[in-house]
Design a protein around this ligand. Sequence first.
Ligand code: HEM
Length: 128
Amino acid sequence: METISNKLIAAGILAVLTLISGMMVSRSGKPLNIWLVTLHKLIAVAGVVLIVIIVNQLFKSADGKTIVTIGLMTISAILFLALIATGAFLTREEMELPAFVLKIHQVVPLLALASSSLTVYLLLPNKG
Ligand code: HEM
């Protein structure tokens, strides 16, 4: 349990750093600062990998694997994939992108955070 707590804290820190670095990328304007984008991308991907490790670890030992938990896991996976895909498009500045691509990349982080946090919460043992 202790190792899971450490991983959860690390995932929380990575999530906050991803949001902050994303906002820094947006604020630094065009052309995009490639160092900031790379930093943002690496932190984001490390965070997603850590969440996958946590959910996988919890899922193996969880007793209540309900359809709700599995549904939330699927939704979280789709949301993270959408972030990685829109992020990749946003990085390619030579492409003329429709405005909704940035909108997705701005709104989905909060949804992904909410659904993955809820997934982890539902999988945690001893909730009382
Ligand atoms: C968990 C995954 C991710 C999250 C939560 C996330 C979050 C964010 C946030 C909150 C912003 C700031 C948006 C704004 O305030 O306007 C942003 C911007 C950005 N992100 Fe991500 N991001 C993720 C993954 C990625 C990946 C994998 C890439 C690159 C492949 C990427 C590339 C970008 C770019 C280029 C911007 C600047 C967009 C612009 O203003 O033109 N992001 N991200």
